[in-house]
Structure formats: structure tokens, C-alpha cells
Design a protein around this ligand. Structure first.
Ligand code: ZN
Length: 298
């Protein structure tokens, strides 16, 4: 395992990306709070304290730092500010930095794909935040995301080539842009379909709704952006994320309804960031399965 030393320029860019991510996280907080309440993202223009409605000064609205400077309390009413605000900012900053470092510096993915990865990360953070509070994932996130994923496949075919592609099952001699769109479409159907199938199965067997349509659209969005392999790996990683989080909660609290969107989202970000190696492994596994069964796949 060789490591690639970062240049000074890359190091500075990493800091810039982190700070940019924290600022984006501040905007995502606004989306998480306003979207399910039917409030416009842009009006009122200024952010306000959710407790006393006092508009927040720009110097009290600096990601992470203002929360620390204010001691976690609103300057106007003195009531506590949720720790979730700085947490969302910090997580967004760290994930953007991770995308840049892993995909931009180590794997040397093209810049367009880095932007797409940050966009999907942002959509997943907003979807998860709203799912945690309201047990819904708004269509404005998942349907917009699916359309965005299809458009990205068409414009950046690089998202759907090599080990990451649909090519294992599909034609390889095709116009790259159409191929990218096809890869995005297959990813959307695999992602959405596997959750729907599982939900239907769970309902028929247990008469219980473990995953819903919102989760299907969310994984459909992940598949549209990064193809069917990423959707499939995400689906199999997410229950483990759920276990890590859910077991302590179930033991300590009397709470049985848990949103599944955040688990899918964590699984999706992990898979997306490490997809070059994870998808290669999945491809190898499918190939060896094909050898065992004597069939030919790809
Ligand atoms: Zn206040």
C-alpha cells in the first residue's frame, strides 16, 4: 500500500474545501429546518432564531465558530441552540474534505465528478436531517436528485465506466453519453427496486413497514448518480450502520420507529467515496460467481 504525499497546494485546497463544506452545511441547516415547514429557502433572507424569531447577525452565523463563541445560546433570547447546527456544518465540511482527499488527490477523479459527489452528499444530509425530524424524505430532495443523477450520467459519462459501470451486464460499444444515461437509469431502477422489493417482502411476512417509498426514492437517487453497483453495496452496508446506531438506542430508549434514510445515506457516502475499490471487489465477486455457476456475465 503506497501513500501519495500531498503537495502544499493540495493541502491548502483541502482546508479551503473543508471551510467551503462548513459554509454549505450552514445552508443545509436552513433547508432542513425550512423545507418541511413549507418555508422558502430564500425568504426571509436572513436566518432567524427558531425560538424567538430574532434575525441572526452575520457575525453570529459563522459556521461552527459562532456556536462556540455564543456558548451554544441565542444572543437575543438566551435559549439554547441545538448542537445539531454546528454538527451538520462540521460533518458537511469533513465529508467534502474526505471526498476531495480520497477521490480528488488519491484516485485523481476529474473535478466534475467531485462536484457531483459533494452535491449528492449535500442532498443526503438534508434528506437525513428531515427524515430524523419528520420521518419523511421530501420529493424535492429525492426526485430532484434522480433528475440530477440522470443529467449527470448524460453529461459526465465517466461516472459510469470501468469497474463502476453497468457494463458487466450491458453493451460496451455505445455512445459514452448515452451509455452514461443508461448507467444512471439502470442505477435508479436497481436502487429503487431493491428497496421496494424488500419493503413488499417485509410487509407480506411481518405486516410491518421497515422501509418506505421515501427510502426507495432515496436509493434510486444514489443509483442514478453512481450506478447500480454503488446502489447495491449501499443497500447491504446500511443495515450495519443501522445496527451500530440502533442497538444502543433500542436498549436505552423506548423508541421503535426509526428513520431508515440516515442509514442509507451513511452507507451511500461510504460506498461513493471508496467506490473504486468496493465496486472492483463486487465485480470480481460477480465474475467468480459466474465461473462457479458456469454462466457468462459480461
Ligand atoms: Zn432566540
Amino acid at each position: 500500500m503506497h501513500t501519495i504525499a500531498m503537495t502544499t497546494a493540495q493541502g491548502s485546497l483541502l482546508v479551503v474545501v473543508f471551510v467551503f463544506g462548513c459554509a454549505v452545511g450552514s445552508f443545509l441547516n436552513v433547508c432542513i429546518w425550512r423545507m418541511p415547514r413549507g418555508l422558502g429557502i430564500n425568504s426571509p433572507r436572513r436566518s432567524f432564531c427558531p425560538r424567538c424569531s430574532t434575525p441572526i447577525n452575520w457575525f453570529d452565523n459563522i459556521p461552527v465558530l459562532s456556536f462556540i463563541a455564543l456558548g451554544g445560546k441565542c444572543r437575543a433570547c438566551g435559549k439554547g441552540i441545538s448542537w445539531r447546527y454546528p454538527a451538520v456544518e462540521l460533518v458537511t465540511g469533513l465529508l467534502f474534505a474526505l471526498v476531495y482527499h480520497r477521490q480528488g488527490v488519491q484516485v485523481q477523479t476529474e473535478a466534475g465528478q467531485l462536484v457531483i459527489m459533494m452535491l449528492l452528499t449535500a442532498l443526503l444530509i438534508v434528506g437525513s436531517g428531515i427524515d430524523i425530524d419528520w420521518l419523511i424524505i421530501p420529493d424535492e430532495i429525492s426526485l430532484f436528485g434522480i433528475l440530477g443523477g440522470l443529467a449527470a450520467g448524460l453529461l459526465l459519462p465517466g461516472l459510469h465506466v470501468g469497474d463502476m459501470s453497468y457494463h458487466t451486464f450491458g453493451p460496451s460499444a455505445m455512445n459514452p453519453h448515452l451509455g452514461g444515461l443508461l448507467g444512471a437509469g439502470i442505477g435508479m431502477f436497481v436502487g429503487g427496486g431493491i428497496v421496494l422489493g424488500c419493503a413488499l417482502f417485509g410487509y407480506l411476512i411481518f405486516r410491518k413497514e421497515a422501509m418506505g417509498i421515501g427510502d426507495a426514492k432515496l436509493l434510486g437517487m444514489v443509483g442514478a448518480f453512481f450506478g447500480w453497483k454503488v446502489a447495491l453495496i449501499t443497500f447491504f452496508i446500511s443495515p450495519f450502520v443501522g445496527l451500530l446506531y440502533g442497538v444502543p438506542i433500542l436498549l436505552t430508549r423506548d423508541e421503535h420507529v426509526m428513520p431508515y434514510g440516515p442509514f442509507l445515506s451513511v452507507g451511500a457516502v461510504v460506498t461513493m467515496v471508496f467506490r473504486s475499490s468496493l465496486c472492483g471487489r463486487l465485480a470480481g465477486w460477480i465474475d467468480s460467481l459466474a465461473v462457479v455457476t458456469g454462466g457468462t456475465v459480461g
